[in-house]
Design a protein around this ligand. Structure first.
Ligand code: G3I
Length: 330
């Protein structure tokens, strides 16, 4: 029994991000295709990677990495998920280092979403339309898209987000449209702000289909109060009549000792159990699957890592086994 077989029995998607560079490794391809039924590019659909040159250049886009991952997903009968149209990070230098008027910037983003959404229409079943637009205190993050200079819609803080969703719906009417963010897994000022935005969008028929909760966790999440808050939070979003997905789960450790690995397994188990209890949770995705390829060691300068389900040699860890048991028991 694999994770994807066990998840499929529950009608659940179980996903991983995929790195196009790692697709050259036979073990990577074999395990990803065997264990997961959803795949999402880790970096290859981000603005700066897929659209590295200005539109006046004869060749403004580079679809090679994104195409390879979508192709990999479809060949392995996996759903392909898109990430992401609008983000403050990994935007092409040609956007951030040139001054644009709001009108020019609006045309840049409109055209970007049109080109990328249209290319993958019918292949990518869901998109993170906007990623990480809020700060921890619930205020809007200052970004090139929002107000630096922004796309000219900043009078209502979330108007540029709304416009991005409207463009995405226009250019691919059949894909599901998600807002995606981190540190809004529990009930807190940031998740409150996202909740209010989604509620407002639903009231005014702005096309939003779901919220992605990244779920980048540490061992301190292994306590009843945090887990209960995550449960209540996911449920309140589901109650807005949207789908909920876990989009980037990992549980970072400071060392891969036996006790830490057991606690890590317990956190994965608890999150899966919470999700299985909420019918509107349609997918759980981890941000990679082998500790060999994870963003955490690089980001924490080697202080943390060991965050995923398989170790760097592709051997399963306690977290993998607990998830499989949890899916089978549900
Ligand atoms: O591709 C270049 C390579 O040409 C260059 O030589 C090398 C030198 O630094 O950098 C390479 O780019 C790196 C890229 O990953 C691809 O490996 C970037 O430096 C590095 O910053 C980038 O990190 C990614 C990060 O997003 C960027 O913020 C991580 O792989 C990726 O896992 C991470 O993913 C994000 C999600 O998109 C959003 N949520 C948080 C999550 C974790 O940060």
């Amino acid at each position: 029994m694999t994770l994807r077989d066990a998840a499929a029995k529950r009608g659940l998607l179980i996903g991983t991000c995929i790195s196009a560079a790692a697709l050259t490794e036979p073990d990577y391809v074999e395990v990803a295709g065997r264990e997961f039924n959803q795949a999402e590019p880790e970096n290859e659909m981000k603005f700066g990677v897929i659209h590295p040159r200005r539109d006046t250049n004869p060749n403004p886009y580079d679809f090679s990495g994104a195409d390879a991952i979508v192709e990999f997903a479809l060949q392995h009968n996996m759903k392909a998920r898109g990430h992401c149209f609008v983000w403050h990070s990994q935007v092409g230098d040609w956007v951030t280092s040139t001054s644009h008027t709001p009108d020019e910037l609006s045309k840049v983003l409109d055209s970007h979403i049109q080109t990328v959404a249209s290319r993958y229409a019918g292949k990518v079943y869901a998109w993170d339309v906007v990623n990480e637009a809020f700060e921890e205190d619930g205020s809007l993050r200052h970004t090139v898209w929002y107000d630096e200079p922004g796309i000219g819609l900043a009078e209502n803080g979330t108007a540029y987000i709304e416009q991005s969703f409207r463009w995405a719906r226009q250019y691919d009417p059949s894909t599901a449209l998600y807002y995606n963010d981190y540190s809004c897994d529990t009930i807190n000022p940031k998740s409150d702000a996202v909740y209010e935005m989604v509620k407002d969008f639903k009231t005014r028929n702005v096309p939003i289909d779901g919220v992605g909760f990244q779920m980048h966790l540490h061992l301190d999440s292994n306590n009843p109060a945090t887990l209960e808050s995550i449960k209540q939070n996911l449920q309140r979003f589901a109650d807005l009549d949207i789908d909920v997905q876990i989009t980037e789960m990992d549980v970072a450790l400071e060392s891969p000792d036996e006790d830490s690995l057991a606690q890590q397994a317990e956190i994965y188990r608890a999150i899966f159990e919470i999700c299985l209890g909420i019918p509107r949770v349609t997918a759980i995705q981890t941000w990679g699957f082998t500790d060999k390829h994870s963003w955490i060691p690089g980001f924490t300068k080697g202080q943390k890592g060991w965050a995923l389900l398989l170790d760097e040699h592709y051997a399963v860890k306690p977290a993998y086994t607990r998830i499989l048991e949890t899916l089978q028991a549900s």
